[in-house]
Design a protein around this ligand. Structure first.
Ligand SMILES: [Zn+2]
Length: 343
């Protein structure tokens, strides 16, 4: 869906200041850039054109997506590659008025290619500094771990990141969920808490609702990535609503990865109506068919999202951000400004 085909609510949202809290930077690597970097580094891929790459985005589940995702990330090798990757995504933020973003960085993904965290961050830092000075972009980075790898490897990466502690606002836990429960990562989260990181984790996407409870109780997370399967557990819904635990819901991702067969079955507004702090994000926009506004557009076209619902989702994105209260208030002031001009 292109911008001129957005419905009236999404058009209203397009100029509104928003936050995006669930975005894997590798998942923003679009096909043309993927092919360009593969050619630059002589990485052989089973695709030779943008159309062939995009034809491969017909996933049957989370694992079939992850196989392609890690293949894509293998073309990222030097500082310039990471600069371009970050620059491309921050340009989307500028165009879509995503004034604050929290981006998951997964250094373990680059280890098989021998790329060190210092190289990754050097490239990212340059792009972030430009976006801050050019248009005042606000950016948080989340140090995200791959749960299909042993906990000891994740702890080793956490320690390797100690010299870069100030680059990250939080840690996260991503990749294949079902066979790698939160209980496996308690020492990792204890170590991260000792270092003062905010804590989030993917839970209740392909895994059961009990993983959401475990992420809160065993890992002490204060935010849940996805969490949509909470709808299956009445007690859990009540607790998440009472405690205002944010869920970073990614509608297009959920449909592409077959959590729901189609968007009309998505339960996001049941969660919102129950009083949960639901937010909207794009997860891996290059792979799932759209950036943040395209996710809102799908909610408008398939679930008849109203202006009130849209505004609540945006307000929640500020409430759920890992930001000091003064910065949240400043974001809310910008929102009030926009609403005064665009009621
Ligand atoms: Zn994710």
């Amino acid at each position: 869906m292109t911008e001129q085909h957005f419905g009236p609510v999404t058009q209203w949202l397009s100029g509104m200041p928003k936050a995006e809290l669930h975005l894997h930077i590798d998942g923003s690597l679009r096909a043309p850039r993927l092919l360009q970097l593969a050619a630059k580094h002589s990485v052989s891929l089973p695709y030779s054109s943008v159309a062939e790459v995009e034809a491969a985005y017909d996933f049957s589940d989370l694992q079939s997506f992850l196989d392609l995702y890690y293949l894509g990330a293998s073309v990222l090798r030097d500082q310039e590659d990471f600069y371009l990757l970050m620059k491309d995504y921050l340009e989307v933020c500028r165009v879509q008025n995503i004034v604050h973003c929290e981006i998951m960085v997964e250094p373990q993904t680059y280890l098989p290619q021998g790329v060190e965290l210092a190289v990754v961050l050097e490239g990212f830092d340059r792009a972030i500094a430009e976006a801050k000075s050019d248009w005042g972009q606000s950016v948080g980075l989340i140090l995200s771990f791959l749960r299909h790898l042993p906990e000891a490897d994740c702890i080793a990466m956490l320690k390797a990141a100690d010299p870069y502690r100030e680059h990250f606002c939080a840690i996260g836990l991503a990749s294949a969920e079902r066979d790698f429960p939160p209980a496996n990562f308690q020492a990792l989260y204890r170590e991260a808490a000792e270092r003062g990181y905010a804590l989030t984790a993917h839970a209740g996407e392909e895994g059961p609702p009990s993983f959401i409870r475990d992420a809160q109780q065993l890992l002490s997370v204060t935010r849940i990535d996805h969490g949509v399967r909470a709808v299956e557990d009445e007690d859990l819904l009540n607790q998440l609503a009472a405690d205002r635990v944010p869920l970073t819901v990614c509608p297009l991702s959920n449909v592409r990865l077959c959590v729901y067969e189609n968007m009309s079955e998505h339960r996001i507004f049941d969660l919102l109506d129950r009083g949960l702090c639901v937010t909207v994000s794009s997860d891996d926009p290059a792979y799932f068919g759209g950036d943040l506004l395209e996710n809102f557009a799908a909610l408008e076209s398939d679930l008849a999202m109203t202006k009130d619902q849209a505004l609540l989702l945006v307000r929640n994105s500020f409430e759920a951000a890992f930001l000091p209260i003064a910065e949240k208030i400043a974001l809310d002031d910008r929102l009030q400004d926009y609403l005064a001009r665009n009621p």
